[in-house]
Design a protein. Structure first.
Length: 409
């Protein structure tokens, strides 16, 4: 039973890969897929105007998921300019743009920017290094079938020279919005109308993109954001400063979280929050999410209650503050949102997201909140409904709104 429970927990963590329906594993990660464009993480000045989303490198991708080529779609790997939410500097980001087959409709193809789930925090975890984008093409395919241009950002620091600011929401928002601009630079027939669809880490990114769609997304027409299992607010992970409140999935997720927080807070000492096998094997715990699973299972079996959690009340307060600083909502969204949670999610607790939705409703957001009792984290069963929700927004159907109805997972 112990082995089964550990494997279940690690598998749940692996669910943060954007619906890794293609069975992604370390063998599918290949930095030599196509010719990787060179990119640096930051450049001297933040882009403005037409510089945002400007493509500095592009080339067609030949070795891509067969499900994409079966649709007659094409893929282009790009390097585009964006902005760091950490220090406001300019950056270059790698992304992949997918163009549907056939002629564009009147007004151009709508664009959907996809926020992928957690793949890891190191360069080899960049989705563009994999023919399946480390599982994300399972989300791209149904969007292409609807006749949308689809763009998937690797996010800053994945496949580039700088650190990946994992779960820093402003950076993620800029990356997704500028990916829309990059797609329009690659595909002249693309419309200015765009939507976002994100899962887990990407759900936080797509939610944040909705909040920045007006001021940062100027010149584009935002229609809505579908956010599945979003990591919107994780501050309750340390609500009472105890260690035993964390699920095993959350404990295995902790090294990624601390790595991301360390980009924002260089004085962070991981030993204050993580010890034992989890701290002693960073080559395993910080490897790409779907890599070294056997070693991760081994580490999971060794964990004790004393291995995770803040050492002192001061450490707990400090981390809670850091997590509150990156929590959503920060401001009202520029368009309607769909937020979906799974009742069996033991990584991003559904009640955390419900509370974030309540705060967003209080800001005046239009939100359809959906809680599916039998679903877990980043459950693939939520994708078809999200794609239909986006299709309705592009079709001009009024967005459902159950704010004020008190939804509770």
């Amino acid at each position: 039973m112990r082995v089964r429970s550990v494997r279940t927990a690690v598998a749940a963590l692996a669910g943060t890969v954007a619906l890794a329906a293609c069975g992604t594993n370390a063998a599918t990660i290949s930095p030599s897929v196509g010719e990787q464009p060179a990119a640096t993480s930051t450049i001297s000045a933040a882009p403005t105007g037409d510089q945002r989303g400007a493509v500095t490198s592009e080339h067609p991708v030949q070795d891509i998921d067969a499900a994409i080529t079966a649709l007659g779609a094409t893929a282009t790997r790009v390097v585009y300019r964006s902005t760091s939410g950490v220090d406001g500097s300019g950056s270059e980001v790698v992304g992949t743009v997918f163009t549907p087959s056939g002629a564009a409709p009147e007004g151009g193809w709508p664009v959907v920017t996809v926020g992928h789930g957690t793949t890891g925090v190191t360069d080899e975890c960049a989705p563009s290094s994999s023919p399946t984008l480390l599982g994300t093409t399972s989300v791209v395919v149904p969007l292409l079938q609807r006749g949308y241009v689809v763009t998937v950002s690797d996010y800053q620091g994945l496949g580039t020279s700088g650190p990946h600011p994992y779960l820093e929401p402003n950076t993620a928002a800029y990356d997704l919005i500028d990916a829309v601009r990059a797609a329009r630079n690659v595909v002249p027939e693309a419309s200015t109308r765009w939507a976002a669809l994100g899962i887990s880490q990407g759900g936080q990114a797509s939610w944040s993109a909705a909040e920045h769609a007006d001021e940062y997304g100027d010149g584009l027409q935002f229609v809505g954001s579908a956010n599945l299992s979003p990591a919107a607010d994780l501050s309750e992970m340390v609500s009472n400063g105890t260690a035993d409140q964390l699920s095993l999935s959350q404990k295995m997720f902790l090294p990624y979280l601390l790595e991301g927080l360390g980009v924002l807070h260089p004085d962070l000492n991981p030993d204050d929050y993580m010890r034992g096998a989890l701290a002693d094997n960073p080559d395993v715990t910080l490897s790409c999410l779907s890599a070294k699973l056997a070693e991760k299972w081994s580490i999971a079996t060794q964990l004790t209650p004393a291995d995770t959690g803040p050492r002192t009340e001061a450490d707990a307060e400090r981390m809670k503050g850091w997590l509150e600083d990156i929590a959503l909502p920060k401001q009202g969204a520029a368009g309607p949102m769909l937020v979906v949670v799974g009742g069996r999610d033991d990584l991003v607790r559904p009640q955390w997201t419900s509370q974030a939705v309540s705060k967003a409703c209080a800001l005046g957001d239009v939100i359809e909140f959906e809680s599916n009792p039998d679903e877990g984290h980043a459950d693939r069963r939520a994708v078809p409904g999200a794609v239909q929700w986006i299709a309705d927004r592009f079709a001009g159907v009024p967005a459902p709104d159950n704010c004020g109805q008190g939804p509770t997972p």
